[in-house]
Design a protein around this ligand. Structure first.
Ligand code: FAD
Ligand code: DHB
Length: 395
């Protein structure tokens, strides 16, 4: 079998790449380990930068996003018993973010690819990539009915997330990994209750970080800092709500509780792998880099990578290799900016286990600076709302 671009992974990166390539008349096949239902239900990120929203609209994916996405002009930072608003619109000349769940972005992308006649093979196993240093790289996989398939491609995109098979294929001698693990994790819940706040609340607390986010007028999303090896079995719904009540408490304000619809624990790490290309294999999204979720950047970075990759592959397939040659460098500027911002937000808001009074005092001083200095607040607002979006059509 033959296709132009073989794509491993039907997460936001792989699906959007397939869509952007189709808009350029380039055929692709997406292969995915999980079922469609699993991909569409996996609870993850929720905040889209301005540029990501614009990209989705410009490429015909804005209909449900415009109906259901919730535009947010700021966030609250809470610490030392005070809640302060950071007004993004005022600080950045009108920029905002949109709360629209990753599950919805993935549903929209799958629906669009299928109605455009795109091929997504769900529930494949034993995915392999081969002949990457030739002009005809090969993608092999086994369908759920047991058929072994071999796809001969012009290029392969490794969009298979942090635990995928593509990044480990790069020779050790070529790959540089810069990594940090954090001594904590996030426990996230989805709750059937109206949000108790109009904007997201990022709360610093002596018992650890907490975040109040939302999904709609009737569904809330909340997170708690927990230990890195914490088991979800130790967290009954009552214990989760009690901890959220404690860390988010503010006189005169009430956190409403509801049925917990989903709960999971996510480890936190910063991870950057370079280069993002080996021969005709290109990595994008979590396959190449991970940020801790405190800056709400992971999903946006994955989308930005493939926005650069689509024109690079288009040109490469027409015999012009320059953009493909600069793909890693193009992505890395944004990757490192997001890595720094995510580390900065994380370090300012979380309690290190065994952390001393000095850590606490430095965090509180930094938080006070951010909420009281226009320069400090503007820096947070600029980074949170995102960096200039790559142009869609570079040729
Ligand atoms: P993914 O979404 O991971 O997609 C990769 C796809 O590849 C998956 O569907 C996977 O099943 C598939 N795959 C893997 N191996 C193979 C294989 N061998 N063959 C075929 N397919 C394969 N970001 C935030 O901003 N806020 C958050 O709250 C947040 N929470 C997160 C919670 C979790 C548990 C995780 C893992 C990430 C979270 N993120 C969050 C980060 C954000 O969701 C990711 O950055 C985003 O999903 C990256 O998209 P992607 O397409 O690169 O990778
Ligand atoms: C959400 C996730 C984040 O990582 C974040 O920083 C803000 C909001 C969310 O899932 O809504």
């Amino acid at each position: 079998m033959r296709t132009q671009v073989g794509i491993v992974g039907a997460g936001p990166a792989g699906l959007l790449l397939s869509h952007l390539l189709a808009l350029r008349g380039i055929e692709s096949v997406v292969v995915e380990l999980r079922s469609r239902a699993y991909c569409e239900a996996r609870q993850r990120a929720g905040v889209l930068e301005d540029g990501t929203v614009r990209l989705l609209r410009e490429t015909g994916l804005g209909a449900r996003l415009d109906q259901q996405g919730l535009e947010h002009g700021g966030i609250y930072l809470q610490f030392a018993g005070e809640r302060h608003h950071i007004d993004f619109r005022e600080l950045t000349g009108g920029r905002s973010v949109t709360v629209y769940a990753q599950t919805e972005v993935v549903k929209d992308l799958i629906q669009q690819r299928i109605s455009d006649g795109g091929v997504i093979e769900f529930e494949v196993t034993d995915t392999e990539v081969d002949h990457l240093d030739t002009d005809r790289p090969v993608l092999r996989y086994t369908r759920s009915d047991g058929t072994r398939c071999e796809l001969v491609c012009d290029a392969i995109a490794g969009c298979d997330g942090f635990h995928g098979i593509c990044r480990p294929v790069l020779p050790d001698s070529l790959l540089t990994i810069t990594e940090r693990e954090y001594p904590y994790a996030w426990l996230g819940i989805l709750a059937d209750v109206a949000p108790s706040t109009d904007e997201l609340i990022y709360a610093h607390h002596e018992r650890g970080f907490a975040l109040h986010s939302l999904r709609s007028c009737t569904v809330s999303r909340l997170y708690l800092q927990v230990g890195p090896d914490e088991s979800i079995d130790n967290w009954s719904d009552d214990r989760i709500w009690a901890e959220l009540q404690c860390r988010l408490a503010l006189p005169g304000w009430r956190l409403e509780q509801g049925q917990v619809l989903d709960k999971s624990i996510t480890p936190m790490r910063s991870f950057v792998a370079t280069p993002m290309r080996y021969g005709r294999l290109f990595l994008a999204g979590d396959a190449a880099h991970i940020v801790p979720p405190t800056g709400a950047k992971g999903l946006n970075l994955a989308m930005a990578d493939v926005t650069a990759l689509a024109p690079a592959l288009d040109r490469l397939l027409r015999g012009k290799p320059e953009l493909a040659g600069s793909y890693t460098a193009t992505c890395l500027d944004r990757v490192w900016r997001s890595t720094h911002f995510s580390w900065w937000m994380t370090s300012m808001l979380h309690r290190t286990p065994g952390g001393d009074d000095m850590e606490m005092a430095l965090q509180l001083s930094q938080l006070r600076y951010v909420v009281s200095s226009r320069a400090g607040a503007t820096s947070l607002a600029e980074n949170y709302t995102g960096y200039p979006q790559l142009r869609l059509h570079e040729d």
